[in-house]
Design a protein around this ligand. Structure first.
Ligand SMILES: Cc1cc2nc3c(=O)[nH]c(=O)nc-3n(C[C@H](O)[C@H](O)[C@H](O)COP(=O)(O)OP(=O)(O)OC[C@H]3O[C@@H](n4cnc5c(N)ncnc54)[C@H](O)[C@@H]3O)c2cc1C
Length: 446
């Protein structure tokens, strides 16, 4: 439908669309609870404090393990979840958040056992938290200790990413041992076949995907082979690497990202996510990286000819996925990379785009000439460099006034430092723009 020269695509309710992944996930996590609930009359479940605490033990154990399993499934980088959550980095955020809820529920499991039995007999209660000849309980303890150790490291320490990634692999082992506990203790899961089959099928899928992603990824995960064509430094602390394909090139949409692994011992074989900064029409890939930590700081040492393995493409941050063809794009610092790809792919004359590129000093602007060239050739593309040392902070009001679009029919795309994205999102929303039309790309997976 066209109103005032703006194309309005029939896109389902944005908010629902943005949260469909979570809605599906919550329903899937509640299914076992619905299967478990009618097994015993409610009156019996909460008759006395010990019954209530036992019910809490059962629910926290069951839903905790189910959420733990879904958290592992989400981290396997399966494409369908990307569609549901609107990009892999959002899938990882959900993985992180549901993992956190599982952490709390599984902690509640032994605590409610203690609370249930301590008033009856402290000896009996303590027997549940110390190793003994009762292997059903020992499995529970071991799974619990492994899970707590791995998640305390994740949520409360700042280990170098690569070391942290290894500690995280313990989670698969903890889940496997946790199942042994579930199947050996006397439980409703053991007694009720449909619940047991649902539970085992889910845990089975989670463990297979854990093996696929965390143990056998070198063998099983599809990666494209490229080689480094050139390494340049457009500005200080930023390196631009051009890759040419060694075999079938990867096809991708503008705005997507990949996991890059460089076969170079000095840099290390780690795999890191980076947005693709080249146009989808080119077979060569360009990735532009800001030196932020111990891996990215080493990349200037990369030599042409170095082989690279590229997994992807991932991500849903692309202007064609949104409702309106009037769009305001705001980039902060290295957050310009997905827009570099999108601007180069902008052929459709129906789109009117204004790109604001915010940096602290003028010297930090990268590929200014490319954006100015596109603006010169495309009257519907406007490019605004924003130098915060001169112009202070970029604001929602500023981009809206400068672009001059009817904001009731405009989509906003923002990528940059998290604080900038957060404040711009609020400012634009306060101008009456629904969150469903403010699209952000996070350069973090946690
Ligand atoms: C979707 C996406 C697109 C990105 N695009 C770009 C880009 O175009 N240009 C750019 O310069 N940066 C980009 N990044 C950020 C980049 O991945 C990190 O800056 C880089 O991984 C930091 O590694 P480091 O070892 O140098 O820093 P560290 O100090 O080890 O890590 C800094 C932070 O980066 C994250 N990180 C580190 N290693 C990894 C990893 N292997 N996988 C996932 N996250 C990790 C962690 O959150 C960590 O806290 C992107 C990130 C994401 C999620």
């Amino acid at each position: 439908m066209v109103i005032d020269n703006v194309i309005i695509k029939k896109v389902p309710m944005n908010i629902l669309k943005k949260n469909v992944g979570w809605i599906v996930l919550i329903v899937l996590c509640l299914v076992p609870l619905v299967m478990w609930w009618p097994l015993i009359p409610m009156s019996l479940r909460f008759r006395k404090p010990v019954n209530t605490l036992t019910t809490i033990t059962q629910i926290s154990g069951l839903i905790g393990m189910v959420m733990f399993a879904y958290s592992l499934i989400l981290s396997a980088r399966i494409k369908i979840f990307e569609k549901l959550f609107g990009g892999l980095n959002r899938v990882y955020l959900a993985h992180h958040q549901i993992g956190g809820i599982a952490f709390i529920l599984i902690m509640l499991h032994p605590l409610s056992v203690l609370a249930a039995y301590a008033p009856i007999s402290l000896d009996l209660a303590i027997r549940y938290i110390i190793p003994s000849s009762d292997w059903a309980n020992n499995f529970g303890l071991l799974a619990f200790v492994l899970l707590m150790a791995a998640l305390v490291i994740t949520y409360y320490t700042k280990l170098p990413y690569e070391i942290w990634r290894w500690t995280h692999k313990v989670l698969g082992i903890s889940l496997a041992i946790g199942v042994l506990h579930t199947l050996q203790v006397s439980s409703d899961i053991k007694r009720n076949a449909p619940l047991r089959y649902y539970y085992l099928a889910l845990i089975g899928i989670a463990l297979v995907l854990f093996l696929y992603r965390s143990v056998l990824s070198r063998l099983l995960v599809k990666k494209y082979r490229y080689k480094v064509k050139s390494v340049t430094s457009p500005v200080a602390n930023v390196v631009a690497i051009e890759f040419s394909p060694l075999a079938k090139p990867m096809t991708y949409e503008a705005g997507q990202f990949v996991f890059l692994q460089l076969k170079d011992k000095t840099v290390g074989m780690e795999s890191h996510p980076f947005s693709i900064a080249s146009a989808p029409t080119s077979t060569d890939l360009r990735i532009v990286i800001k030196s932020l930590g111990n891996y990215t700081a080493k990349l200037t040492a990369i030599q042409p000819g170095t082989e690279a393995l590229i997994e992807g493409p991932f991500g849903r941050f692309n202007y064609t996925h949104y409702q309106f063809t009037n769009q305001i794009w705001v980039a902060g610092g290295i957050g310009i990379t997905p827009f570099l790809s999108m601007a180069q792919s902008l052929q459709d004359p129906n789109y009117s785009v204004t790109l604001f590129y915010s940096v602290i000093t003028e010297a930090e602007l990268i590929y200014r000439e490319i954006f100015e060239q596109i603006a010169a050739n495309n009257p519907n593309f406007k490019f605004y460099p924003f130098i915060s040392e001169k112009q202070k902070r970029i604001t929602g009001d500023f981009v809206i006034e400068q672009a001059g679009y009817d904001i009731t029919k405009t989509d906003f795309l923002v990528c940059g430092p998290p604080p900038m994205m957060k404040s711009l999102r609020e400012q634009i929303h306060n101008r009456g723009v629904s969150y469903g039309r403010i699209h952000t790309e996070e350069f973090t997976m946690n």
